[in-house]
Design a protein around this ligand. Sequence first.
Ligand code: DLL
Length: 433
Amino acid sequence: MEYWNPHAETMSRDELSILQTSRLRSTVEKVYSRVPYYRAKMQAKGLFPGDIKTVDDLKLLPFVTKQDLRDTYPYGMFAEPLESISRIHASSGTTGKQTVVGYTKRDLDLWSECMARCLVMAGASKLDIVQVCYGYGLFTGGLGAHGGAEMLGAAVIPASTGNTRRQLTMMKDFGSTVLCCTPSYALYLGDSLKEYGLTKADISLKIGIFGAEPWSVNMRKEIEDRLGIEAFDIYGLSEIMGPSVSQDCKCHKGLHVWEDSFIPEIVDTETLEPLPDGEKGELVITTIDKEGFPLIRFRTRDIGSLTHEKCECGRVHARMSKLSGRSDDMLIIRGVNVFPSQIESVLLESGEISPHYQIIVDRVNNLDTMSVEIEVSEHMFQDFVKGMENTENRIRAQIESVLGISCKVRLVEPKSITRSEGKAKRVIDKRVF
Ligand code: DLL
C-alpha cells in the first residue's frame, strides 16, 4: 500500500486528536485576534479562544455561512495581510457577490500536499502523465489538481475544459494515464471515443479522479467500463480548498477527509446539533492548518454522513459518504454551481415576460443540459410571434453571461406552466445521480 505522506496518513487516532486540538486552538486564537467578524461572533456568545480546549469544544463555536462570506466581501475574512497572499480564487455562481478566498504560499503547498495524497491514494506515482481537464481559472479544479500532480512529480498536461477531439487526441498521443475532470465529462469522453475512431485499447488511461458534482456508483461503473480505468470520487469546495478535501481510496467505501487539516462534522439540518457517525445531515468543515483564509464551522450545505471506523487501507482519516444532495437549492450543471435565483433575476430584469418560468435540467448524451421555459404575458402574446426569437436569444445571452454555461430558452403560451399551490416548482431535474 502506497502513501504520499505515510506518517500523516496512518498516525494513531490519539496522535491525530492531539494534533487536531493544538491546530484548532491556534486557528481559533488567530481568527479571534485578526478577523473582526470572528471576534464579534464569539463575543456575542460570550466565548474566548481559551474556552476551546479540545476538538469537542468545536460545537461551542458559531457557524459560518456563504452569506457571511458575502457580507465580508472581498477580503473581510482574510487572516493574513494581502502582501502574504499568493493566489486568489472565487466561487462560481452566486447571486450578487462572489465568495473570495486567499491562499498564502504555505496554503498552496498544503493544497498540493492534500492533492498529492489523493493521487497516490488512487494509485498514481511520479511515473504518470496526468491530463487535467477541469477548468483553469478562478474555479479551483484545474489549478488544484495541477498543483498536486506537480508536487507528486508526475508530468501534467494542463488541458483545461472543452474541445473533446483535441482532448482525445492528446490522451492518445501523449499517453495520458490519469484523467482529472468532472464525472459527466469523463462519461462524455468515453462515449466520444467511438465517434473519433478510437477504442479504449487506443488510450493508456488507468486512473480517473472525478468530482465537482454529484455522481452515483452506477455512473462510476459506466465510466470505468467505457474508459477502462479505476475511478475515484474527489470532493472539495472553493471556500475550504478546491479539490482534495477528501477522496475515496481503493476500498471505495467513503471519502477520506484529510483530518489533520480539516475537521468534518455532520449536523442536523434543522436544529444544527452535531449528529453521531452514520447519521445523515449537513457537512460542516473547520480548517485547522490554513493561514490566509481559515474557516471555522463552515456550513457546506452538502448532505452526507461520516464514519471514524478504521479503513482497510490503513488510513486513520474519517470517511464521508458519497454526497446525497444539498440543503439549499444550488444545482451543479456541468460542474458549474447555479442558483435558480440567478436565472430569476435575469428574467425579472428583462421586464418583458411574466414571472412564470421553469428550469429544466437533464442529461443528454451524458452531458447536462439546461433549458428555461418562460411564459409570455397575455397582452404580449397577441403580437408576439415575430419578436419571440429575438427575445429568446436576448434572455439566453443574458443567462449565459451571468452563469457562464450554455442553455436554451423557450417562450411558452400564457398559463402553460403548471401552477403550484405551495411553493412554485421552479426546477425539474431529470438527471439520475
Ligand atoms: O467544485 C471544487 C472541486 C473541483 C471539487 C474539482 C472536486 C473536483 P465549488 O465550485 O466551490 O468547488 O463547488 C463546491 O460542489 O459544495 C458540492 O456541492 C459539489 N461537489 C464537489 N465535489 C463533489 C463530489 C468545486 N465529489 C460544491 N460529489 C460542493 C458531489 C461535489 N458533489
